[in-house]
Structures are given as C-alpha cells and as structure tokens.
Design a protein around this ligand. Structure first.
Ligand SMILES: [Zn+2]
Ligand SMILES: [Zn+2]
Length: 384
C-alpha cells in the first residue's frame, strides 16, 4: 500500500518538464508555455489518447509555477512542498472548469464555448497526515487551507458597498447572449457569456476596493475533518461545499482530503494486519524466554518457545488495525529474526567451541534431514 503510493508520487512529473521550460523561466515564459501546451492538448482539438491528462497536467503545473509562493515551495521541496496549500484537483474537473480558472489566458482561442462558466463550483484538494495510532482510534483533525472565496467586503457582488449594480443592458441581466457565426452557407448559433458583463448579468458602478470588482478573494478557511478508524493511505474524504465557488458564483465545489498514513518505525501495514520484525538472539531462540514486543499502544510481553526458528511468525490477535466496515481489529504478526553475533569475545568463542564439540545433529531435525539427503544424493550418483 505504502509502496503503491510512493510509486504514484514518483510518477508525478516535474512541473518544469511538463511545461518544457527551464527552472529559471520568467513568469511570461511560463505563461506562454502553458498556453501552448493547453492549446496543443485540448481534448476538443487533440484526439490522441492521453491528451486530456496532458492538458490537466499542464494546468496543474501552471497553477503552481505561476504563483510565486507555490513556485518557491515547489523549488525547495518538490511535490511534497505543496501539501496543504490548496492546489486545484484538476484530475476531478472537466475541461470547462479548468478554463473557468485560467480562462482569461486564452481570450477567444476556442471561441465563446470555452469561456462558458461551469455552474458547479470548483473542487480543490489537500492532504491530511495521520499516524498508525490515529488509524486505530479514528481522529478529528483541524485543517487550515487557503481557497478562493466570496469577497467579504462586497459579499461576492463585486460592487463597492453603497454603490449600485445595474442590470447589464447587453444581455438583459441574463449573463449570456446568443452568438451567430457564419461559415460558408451555415450559420451556427451558440450561447456564450455576455462580453460586456463577463457573464455576471450586472454592471458594477464602482468596483469593490478589496477584490477589484471580481467578487472573489483568497481567504484562509479552517474546518474540522473526521477521519474514520481503519482508513487506508491514499483514501480520500470529500467535504461537500468546501471547495471554491464557480465564476458565476452559484455554488461551491468540494474539498477532497487525501489521507497520508505516516510510516511507522516498527510496523508495516498489511490490510488490517500489522507486521513487525522481532530480532531475537540465537541463545534466546534456542533457550526460549520472555520478550517485550511493541504493539501500537504499549509493550506486550510474549513468550518465545525454546527452539524457535528464524522466520517463525507469532500472532497477537486483535492488536492490528480496525477494519473500516466491520470495526474488527486485525492481528499483529511478529516475524522472528534470529541474529547471529558478528563478533564474539574470547570467552564467548571458547564457550561456543565447547558447545560445538558436544553438538549432536540428531537434535536438529532440519539440518539432519538435509545432510541425510546430501549423502543419499551422492551415493545414488555413484551407482550410475
Ligand atoms: Zn469585493
Ligand atoms: Zn451582460
């Protein structure tokens, strides 16, 4: 599971490479590289497999590299540096949503159609990091993130408080107009955003000072997120209506919180089970004894039977992780690692030599069987 996620992260391409610019590229170079990539891979123009993914990839790269703060974080820490800074979830968006974010860059490159505002809000994503103990109990996390929000000063209307908004006379307040295009004998009609009011349906007499008439501003948002017990790395929790409003301001999108489960110093997760390796000295393995093994919550004393073999597994039922559906906890599985000393004191060596002299292979069934088979093998070969 962890490895799968690492692979996913590793697959994410370098943003500079995606846009085909150098690390020192200027904002203008980045902008024009993004324009070029978006035009090249736009699914309406490019029917090759993977074009839409390339299109979304370019949008993500542009979002980060066009924002000085995000770019600085990316330069310093790579993709990991962007967790929690509110990069849009382009993968979950349709192409028109993406155009409604960066639409101004394209002007009329796609005709009016592409400037149509998505009525759904815009989804954003962030990551929540938890540890294995929190997987056992479930946890409530306070999440701080930045998102584009309705402007506080003007309530999203774009008008300076006290000033008036008039219905736009071009579109009659609808925000959209019908456009006719003549191509040879054909006339096509399509509905596009009103060019005069930019789809808002109203003209603002005095633009709001805070948001410059946009009706939007970036604001910090704090939400509580309940992470259920048993959650797996890479799963996500969707908070409806915690994303960003669409440009027309009708509704907010969702916030997707991707769960990252931190690596643990002793435990590896295998579904609902926890695996840990227990180093045991060869004398402990031979003589048996009591050993404290860590569980997620506290140390648990376990008994090692005399003659325990390397690779033996010992199960602690119910000491694993809860199953998300049933709530039943899996097991902790201990793998015994018998360690052979690398260095011996003179006294230890002396004792071991004496031990070796007394060794009777008949009490060691594995090796006895092995040497018997070796003898049979060579005697059989001698006959042919
Ligand atoms: Zn405002
Ligand atoms: Zn209008």
């Amino acid at each position: 599971m962890l490895r799968a996620l690492e692979a996913m992260v590793a697959q994410k391409r370098d943003y500079y490479e995606v846009l085909g610019v150098s690390r020192g590229a200027s904002p203008d170079e980045i902008k024009s590289a993004y324009r070029k990539a978006a035009l090249q891979f736009h699914p309406d123009r490019n029917k090759e497999a993977g074009a839409e993914e390339r299109f979304k990839e370019a949008a993500e790269a542009y979002e980060v590299l066009s924002d000085p703060e995000k770019r600085a974080r990316y330069d310093r820490h790579g993709h990991a540096g962007l967790e929690g800074v509110g990069v849009h979830d382009f993968g979950g968006m349709n192409v028109e949503d993406i155009f409604s974010i960066f639409g101004d860059l394209f002007g009329d490159a796609f005709g009016g159609r592409m400037r149509r505002r998505a009525d759904r809000g815009i989804d954003i994503q962030t990551a929540i990091e938890i540890d294995l103990r929190e997987v056992v109990t479930g946890v409530e996390k306070t999440l701080r993130f930045e998102r584009l929000d309705f402007c506080e000063r003007c309530g999203g209307q774009g008008a300076e408080p006290g000033s008036r908004r008039r219905a736009c006379s071009t579109c009659g307040g609808y925000g959209q107009v019908e456009q006719q295009t003549q191509m040879g004998f054909f006339v096509t009609r399509q509905v596009v955003d009103c060019p005069r009011c930019d789809g808002r349906g109203a003209i603002v007499e005095k633009p709001c000072r805070t948001c410059d008439g946009q009706g939007r501003q970036r604001r910090e948002r704090v939400v509580q997120v309940k992470v259920p017990a048993g959650v797996h790395d890479g799963q996500s929790i969707r908070l409806r209506g915690e994303g960003e409003p669409s440009a027309s301001g009708s509704a907010r999108g969702d916030l997707r919180c991707v769960i990252r489960v931190k690596d643990h110093p002793f435990f590896q997760r295998d579904g609902d089970h926890l695996i840990c390796v227990l180093p045991v000295s060869f004398t402990q393995a031979a003589l048996g004894g009591q050993i404290d093994v860590p569980t997620l919550t506290d140390p648990a004393p376990i008994r090692i039977a005399p003659g325990t073999q390397h690779g033996t597994t010992i199960r602690l039922p119910g000491k694993g992780l809860p199953n998300m559906r049933t709530g039943r906890r899996g097991d902790q599985i201990i793998q015994v690692l018998v360690e052979i000393p690398r260095r011996l004191t003179r006294e230890q060596e002396e004792l071991l030599r004496r031990f070796a002299a007394t060794e009777d292979r008949s009490v060691m069934p594995e090796s006895k069987g092995f040497f018997d088979r070796v003898r049979e093998y060579f005697s059989g070969e001698g006959k042919t």
